[in-house]
Design a protein around this ligand. Structure first.
Ligand code: IMP
Length: 179
């Protein structure tokens, strides 16, 4: 695949949305000692970097890595496995999961259950993009950047077979997956 992805969400629109989310999260958690951001690798690393720098409240950052099984690019079985755990404990902490994308919802559902069992003071989730038409599991998202159509999107951390992650915008490639 050599064609350049077409723009779905511009760099400017992303920057404005991330600033808005940062302001909203800062307001909602005002008064909390510290907020722990949990970035889901690899896709959320750019979103997390930008979002965290928009927060005006005390916060820390940790990462977790999950693997979705199935096709290497569509990852469409709904089977999720923990590949790398957090380095810190979350019991008694206010935790916000930072996801790049919610597609079927299986990954976030797994993560909410996994981290919820560790008794955080609160647990919420934020995702930059969501594909409502693909939803298979109902999982609550407290903060959402954009609802998008059912296309395979790349850029701003998102990949297709590990390509296009560092594009500054979110784009799509026709025929990126067969569904
Ligand atoms: P889920 O279906 O919500 O569990 O999402 C599984 C994972 O598939 C996400 O965390 C992403 O890593 C990946 N994914 C789903 N849709 C896309 C896409 O359009 N572009 C890039 N990655 C995606």
């Amino acid at each position: 695949m050599t064609t350049q992805p077409k723009t779905l969400i511009s760099e400017q629109a992303i920057a404005e949305k991330v600033a808005g989310l940062g302001a909203q999260i800062s307001r909602d958690y005002a008064g909390v000692d510290s907020l722990m951001l949990v970035g889901v690798l690899k896709g959320s690393f750019i979103f997390l970097a930008d979002l965290s720098r928009r927060l005006t409240i005390p916060h820390t950052v940790d990462f977790i890595a999950l693997s979705s099984y199935g096709n290497a690019t569509t990852r469409a079985t709904g089977e999720v496995r923990l590949m790398m755990d957090l380095r810190t404990t979350i019991a008694g902490k206010h935790v916000l999961i930072v996801e790049d994308i919610v597609d079927t919802g299986h990954t976030l559902d797994y993560l909410m259950r996994l981290l919820g069992a560790r008794e955080p003071a609160s647990l919420k989730a934020c995702a930059l993009v969501r594909k409502p038409d693909r939803r298979e599991v109902d999982v609550e998202l407290s903060y959402i950047g954009f609802d998008i159509p059912n296309k395979w999107v790349v850029g701003y951390g998102l990949d297709f077979a590990d390509k296009f992650r560092t594009l500054p915008y979110i784009g799509y490639v026709d025929d990126a997956r067969a569904s």
